[in-house]
Design a protein around this ligand. Sequence first.
Ligand SMILES: *Cc1c(COP(=O)(O)O)cnc(C)c1O
Length: 431
Amino acid sequence: MATELDTEPTSEINPIAAQDPSVWRYIGAEQERQASTLELIASENHTSAAVMAAMGSCLTNKYCEGYPGKRYYQGCGFYDQIEDIARDRATELFKCEFANVQPHSGASANAAVFMALLEAGDTFASLVLADGGHLSHGMKLNFSGTYFKPVHYPLIYGLDHEKHEQIDYDAVRALCLEHKPKLVVCGYSAYPRTIDFAKFREIADECGALLMADVAHIAGLIVAGEHPSPFPHAHVVTTTTHKTLRGPRGGLILTNDEEIFKKINRAVFPGMQGGPLMHVVAAKAVAFGEALQPSFKQYAKQVIANAHALATALSGKGYRLVSGGTDNHLMLLDLTARDAELTGVDAATWLEKAGIVTNHNGIPKDPRPPRVTSGLRIGTPAVTTRGLTEADMPQVAEWIDRVLVSRGDTDVADTVRGEVADLCKRYPMPH
Ligand SMILES: *Cc1c(COP(=O)(O)O)cnc(C)c1O
């Protein structure tokens, strides 16, 4: 089996290969890793060559502090055009009025919204990280938990309850009426179910809060019409551009409210950031252009069909699906239903050796600590980009189960890794 550095630089024309073989070796090795393994991390995807080319372009050379038409540097004309294209496509995709395309990441987008809409010490409501929330939604060590006061709403918990481990909207309402948060945050990192944005807005209105929907994970499904839109319900929407939306790593903030938009623009720059990454803004424009194509709708449909097929196959092998199933691109497996001794971190480590890349993740009320966990998070956005369909999912589930039942046996891992690599040859990386 190839070790990480067996891969020699392959590109004759790539300037990195000639100029800096030490870095290129690793890029080449990573290229090979991505091509020969199954990427099942729910927050990852494979971007197109066009998106990557935009990120690797001369646009990285320029300072463009400010916004189109209002820059602090000369020479920004073409950048204004590019940022306008990105903003127009973003609002067209999400069917809303205003977009800020400059946040460097999803967490930066959230930080900017907090800065725009809250004062230090203000209370906001969210789902806790351990139940599927994001660290930028109030984790103690994060800015959101350091400078603001999170109150967390629970999931329904009751093994006999039809909505076990789903958002408890009655509890959200009760919590918000009690604590009167200024902002209610919905949208999650490990939540396999549909989010009822209208219900969240009702609750936000009742307690006098603004509603923020962080759709980082499901943005691609939303723009394709495969998950209900947060508009017109949310006052502000944040997202990453690199998950189901399949763009460059980055953030995006959207709203229909002009006053909020002004505050957000000030919070992004000069509040939180200096110069925008215009090569990434251009890559966002290219990715949004791709997401506006009819083929992207087909892609999002297939992502969900694949998640459903994989969830069904894994459930058939004795893994418990947190919340009982999936409506979107991801599933959270409770591994202990298959084997009480199995931990998330062991499962993810063994699977990686077999060419199947996932991440360990806590499950609701997980008795194990975050570094261990009882859960495995699995998503289908990246394998769907490669072209895998429902027909491939029983095989993927069989590989996962074979590796986990063997408890990481090296022979089994090597065999599966070979089989995975063979399948990967049939589904080349996007160009
Ligand atoms: C991934 C994610 C983010 C953060 O994105 P980064 O780009 O890693 O900063 C924010 N919110 C949610 C819900 C996420 O899943």
